[in-house]
Design a protein around this ligand. Structure first.
Ligand SMILES: NC(=O)C1=CN([C@@H]2O[C@H](COP(=O)(O)OP(=O)(O)OC[C@H]3O[C@@H](n4cnc5c(N)ncnc54)[C@H](OP(=O)(O)O)[C@@H]3O)[C@@H](O)[C@H]2O)C=CC1
Ligand SMILES: CC(=O)C(=O)O
Ligand SMILES: [Mg+2]
Length: 755
C-alpha cells in the first residue's frame, strides 16, 4: 500500500468518530410514554410472548436481521495471525458491507482464543442473540472443525465466509472465464498457491462442478501438497499428489488455472510462461495479491487475470456473496446454508456477469463499458442487481431443499428487493404500487438514448408501461444487442420512426400546424419540427391521444424543450401558470422544492397555486405534505415586498386548502427543525421537518436545489411539471436511467389515478 492510501485509510477510520459503525434505535424515544413502551413496564409484553413462543423473537426483536461476524484473528486477510483486536477493523468492515449491500445488521465479535473448543462454546452460547453466524478470518485447519461443530449445535445458518463465500464467487468467475478461454472445466488443470480455508473450499466446490480431482495440485508455504506429507488434515490429504515435484514452479507447466489464496508476491513473473495457453491467473490474496495484475498481464496478454482488489478489473471477492446469501437465508428463516443454496448463489452471480451492467455501475467505474469479456468476468460489488438476483435464488433453493422455516412468493420477493435497493426506490415504493399493471402508454422523445432504452427495459420488467419510443429502427437494431436489452421492437415497444412511419406522422403534422401555426411557427418549420424534433413528435403523440403521457428532452437544453412543450400541451383549465417541482432524497427523508424551473417571480396567488399542486404530487409518494413557505423573514419579522408576498400567499392557502399543513413565512432552518420553529411559533401546524419547501422565487428554488444536490450526492426526482392538461415532463440533461424509470413510474401512477 502506498503512503497516501495508508494515510487516507487511517484518517477514514479515525474521523469524524472512531471506527466505521454505530448502533441506531429504530423506534422513537423522546418522552415518558416511549420509555414506558420500550422499557419497563411495556417491554414485559414482548418478553412474555417470546417466553411462550420462541419464534415470536422474529416479530418483536431485531434477531431475524442480526448476524454475528465472528473471528479469532488467526488468518486476517493475508496479514496472518494478527489477533482478534487487530482484526476488528476488518470485522467492522464486513459489518458495514452487510449493512450497505443487504441491510443486515451486524455485531462484530472478536473472540480472544485460539482454542477451537472455547471458541465454539463462546459462539454457540450466543444463539439467542442472532439470526445467523458469519465466521471470518479463522485459519485452517481449525476453521473446519469450528464450523462443523457450530453447524451441528446451532439451529441458525453458520457460514465460514472465507471458505464458502470465496468458493462461490471463485466458482462463478472460473466458470465464466473458462467459457471465454474456450476450455471445459473437466479438462482444466488447476494449481493453487495456498491450501488453507479459502483454497480448499474453492477446490472442493469446483470439483463438485466438474473439475477432476486428479487435475488439482495444491501448494502452500511448505511447497507441493504431495502424498506422504506429514500432518495433513483429511480435506487437504485428498488432493495430495503422487509426485516428486516440491515447489510451485515445478507444478506450473501446462496449468490452465492458477488460483492464489495465500500471500503477496508468491507468483513470480518469470514463471508465467510455464502456464498453458490462454490461462486464468487468479491472484486473490488480500490486501496484496500473489502477483500484480498489471505485471501478470504484461507477461501473459492471453491470460484472464483477477484479483481481490477493487482497483483492477475482475475483482473476485467474497463481498459479492456474503451479504446476499445471508439476505436470502434470513428472509426464509433458513436453519442452515446448504450446498443447494451455495450452488444457487454461484449460478446467479455467473449469469449476472453475462448481462451488461446498468448505467449507474458503468458510471461508478469511470464510464467503462462493463460487458461480458476478459475484463468483466464477474459483476462488480456496486452492481445494484446483485441483491435481487442472488437472494431470491438462495431463498428458492432453501425452500426447495426443505431448510426454510417460512415460504415466500419469489417474484414478489425479487420485486421488493429491487425496490428497497436504493433510497430513491424506498421513496418510490408507493408510486410503483400505484403504477403497477397500469400499462400506461408513455412516449419517449429520445428513444435512441441509452438511458431511455435501459429505463424502458426496467419499466417493462415492472409491468407499468406500454412504451412508445421516437427513434430510428435501423439505429435501434444495432444498439439493442450491444446494450444487452431484452425487449422486442414492435412487440414490447412501439417505435415511431421519423424515417419510415409517414402514415403515423402525417396527421401529427396537420395537428401541429393547427396549434403551432396559431402561435407563430412558420409553416416551413412545421414539418421539420414533427420529423426532426423528437420533443415535438412525442408531445404531439400525447396531444393527439396516441399515448397517455410523455417524457421528452434529456439531450438538449432544458428551456428550449420546455418551449416546445408549452406550445403543444395546454395548461390545465384551472391553472394560471405551469410550475416545476423537484425532489431530493436526503438521509433524513424526502424533501421537495418548488418552483425550481418555471416562473421567475411568482405572485402570491401563484405561490398559493403551486403549493397546492405540489402538495398533491407529494401525496402521490404516500407522504403527508408539510408545507413551509420560505423567506428571508421569520413569521412577520420583515416588511419587505417578498416577505409580504409570502404572508399573503399563506393567507390565500389557508383559505383555499384549509386542511393543508402549511406554515410561513420562515427561514429554512425553522422549516427543517421543529425545535427552531417552536421557539418562533409555539403552535406550528405541523410537527417535524417540512417536506415541501415553497420558495419566493425561481432563483431561490433553483439555487437551493442545486446546492443541496451538489453537497449531498442525494438522488433527485424530477423536475415534475405541474399545471399542464396532460402528463408530460422534460428531462434534465443529467438524468440517469434510474431517474428516468422513476419519472416513468410517476407518470404512470398519475395516469392510473386519473383513471
Ligand atoms: N479474494 C477473496 O475474496 C478472498 C481472499 N482471501 C485471501 O486468501 C488468503 C488466505 O486466506 P485463508 O484461506 O482464509 O487463510 P488460511 O490461513 O486458512 O490459509 C492460508 C494458506 O496460504 C498459505 N500460505 C501462506 N503464506 C504462503 C506463502 N508465502 N507461500 C505459499 N503459501 C502460503 C498457507 O500455508 P501454510 O498453512 O503452510 O502456512 C495456507 O495454506 C488471504 O490472503 C486472504 O486475504 C481469503 C478469502 C477471500
Ligand atoms: C475477502 C476476505 O474475506 C479475505 O481476504 O479474508
Ligand atoms: Mg476473510
Amino acid at each position: 500500500m502506498d503512503d497516501t492510501l495508508r494515510r487516507a485509510a487511517l484518517e477514514y477510520h479515525r474521523s469524524p468518530r472512531a471506527g466505521k459503525m454505530r448502533i441506531e434505535p429504530t423506534k422513537r424515544m423522546v418522552n415518558q410514554r416511549d420509555l414506558a413502551l420500550a422499557y419497563s413496564p411495556g417491554v414485559a409484553a414482548p418478553c412474555e410472548e417470546i417466553a411462550a413462543d420462541p419464534d415470536k423473537a422474529f416479530d418483536y426483536t431485531a434477531r431475524g436481521n442480526l448476524v454475528a461476524v465472528v473471528s479469532n484473528g488467526t488468518a486476517v486477510l493475508g496479514l496472518g495471525a494478527i489477533g482478534p483486536l487487530a482484526a476488528k477493523p476488518v470485522m467492522e468492515g464486513k459489518a458495514v458491507l452487510f449493512k450497505k449491500f443487504a441491510d443486515i445488521d451486524v455485531f462484530d465479535l472478536e473472540v480472544d482464543t485460539t482454542d477451537p473448543d472455547k471458541f465454539v462454546e463462546a459462539v454457540a452460547l450466543l444463539e439467542p442473540t442472532f439470526g445467523g453466524i458469519n465466521l471470518e478470518d479463522i485459519k485452517a485447519p481449525e476453521c473446519f472443525a469450528i464450523e462443523a461443530a457450530l453447524k451441528a449445535r446451532m439451529n441458525i445458518p453458520v457460514f465460514h465466509d472465507d471458505q464458502h463465500g470465496t468458493a462461490i464467487v471463485v466458482a462463478a468467475a472460473v466458470r465464466n472465464a473458462l467459457v471465454l478461454q474456450g476450455k471445459a472445466l473437466a479438462e482444466a488443470r488447476l494449481v493453487t498457491s495456498g491450501a488453507g480455508a479459502a483454497a480448499l473450499a474453492c477446490v472442493d466446490l469446483l470439483v463438485s462442478m466438474g473439475l477432476r480431482q486428479e487435475n488439482v495440485t495444491l501448494t502452500d508455504k511448505d511447497g507441493v501438497v504431495h502424498a506422504g506429507r506429514a500432518g495433513m488434515a483429511p480435506n487437504m490429504a485428498r488432493y495430495a499428489r503422487q509426485t516428486d515435484a516440491r515447489s510451485l514452479p515445478e507444478v506450473l507447466p501446462g496449468a490452465n488455472v492458477f488460483l492464489g489464496l495465500s500471500a503477496p508476491g508468491v507468483l513470480r513473473p518469470e514463471w508465467l510462461p510455464l502456464l498453458a495457453e490462454r490461462p486464468l491467473i487468479f491472484a486473490l490474496a488480500n490486501p496484496e495479491p500473489e502477483i500484480r495484475p498489471d505485471v501478470a498481464r504484461a507477461e501473459r496478454p492471453d491470460a484472464i487475470v483477477a484479483t481481490g482488489r477493487s482497483d483492477f478489473p475482475n475483482q473476485v471477492n467474497n463481498v459479492l456473496c456474503f451479504p446476499y446469501i445471508f439476505r436470502g437465508a434470513l428472509d426464509v428463516g433458513a436453519t442452515t446454508i446448504n450446498e443447494a443454496m451455495k450452488v444457487a448463489a454461484a449460478e446467479a452471480i455467473a449469469s449476472l456477469a453475462r448481462l451488461p451492467a446498468p448505467e449507474s455501475v458503468a458510471q461508478a467505474y469511470g464510464g467503462r463499458k462493463l460487458t461480458f469479456g476478459p475484463d468483466y468476468i464477474i459483476p462488480t460489488p456496486f452492481d445494484p442487481r446483485l441483491i435481487a438476483e442472488i437472494a431470491p435464488a438462495v431463498a428458492q433453493a432453501a425452500m426447495d431443499s426443505g431448510v426454510a422455516r417460512r415460504s415466500l412468493d419469489i417474484d414478489t420477493y425479487r420485486q421488493s428487493l429491487r425496490r428497497q435497493n436504493t433510497r430513491s426506490a424506498q421513496l418510490m415504493m408507493p408510486v410503483f404500487e400505484a403504477a403497477r399493471h397500469s400499462l400506461t402508454r408513455v412516449a419517449y422523445g429520445e428513444g435512441e438514448d441509452e438511458r431511455v432504452l435501459r429505463a424502458v427495459q426496467d419499466a417493462l420488467d415492472e409491468g407499468i408501461v406500454r412504451p412508445v419510443i421516437v427513434a430510428r429502427r435501423r439505429v435501434l437494431k444495432d444498439r439493442l444487442p450491444t446494450l444487452g436489452l431484452r425487449f422486442e421492437l414492435d412487440r414490447d415497444v412501439e417505435v415511431v420512426d421519423p424515417e419510415t412511419d409517414h402514415e403515423l406522422l402525417r396527421p401529427l403534422v396537420e395537428a401541429y400546424q393547427a396549434v403551432a401555426g396559431r402561435r407563430g411557427v412558420p409553416s416551413a418549420e412545421i414539418i421539420r419540427h414533427v420529423y426532426r424534433r423528437p420533443t415535438v413528435t412525442a408531445a404531439m403523440l400525447l396531444r393527439t391521444g396516441h399515448v397517455d403521457a410523455a417524457l421528452v428532452g434529456g439531450n438538449s437544453e432544458y428551456w428550449g424543450q420546455i418551449e416546445y412543450v408549452l406550445r403543444i400541451i395546454d395548461r390545465a383549465p384551472d391553472a394560471a401558470r405551469v410550475y416545476a417541482l423537484s425532489g431530493l432524497i436526503l438521509d433524513a427523508g424526502a424533501l421537495f422544492i418548488t418552483d425550481t424551473h418555471m416562473v421567475p417571480d411568482p405572485t402570491a396567488e401563484q405561490i398559493s397555486e403551486m403549493a397546492i399542486l405540489a402538495a398533491a404530487e407529494v401525496r402521490r409518494f404516500g407522504l403527508t405534505p408539510r408545507v413551509a413557505l420560505l423567506s428571508h423573514s421569520n413569521f412577520g419579522a420583515s416588511h419587505s415586498p417578498s416577505a409580504r408576498k409570502m404572508r399573503t400567499a399563506l393567507g390565500l392557502l389557508r383559505k383555499a386548502a384549509p386542511d393543508l399543513l402549511v406554515e410561513g413565512e420562515m427561514h429554512a432552518d425553522a422549516a427543517l427543525s421543529q425545535q427552531v420553529r417552536e421557539r418562533l411559533v409555539p403552535d406550528s401546524r405541523f410537527d417535524g421537518p417540512a417536506n415541501l419547501l415553497v420558495m419566493p422565487n425561481l432563483d431561490a428554488a433553483n439555487i437551493a436545489l442545486t446546492a443541496l444536490s451538489a453537497s449531498s450526492s442525494s438522488p433527485t426526482i424530477g423536475p415534475l411539471l405541474m399545471g399542464l392538461a396532460k402528463p408530460i415532463h422534460v428531462l434534465a440533461p443529467n438524468i440517469t436511467a434510474r431517474g428516468l424509470l422513476n419519472l416513468t413510474t410517476i407518470l404512470a401512477a398519475e395516469v392510473a389515478q386519473r383513471g
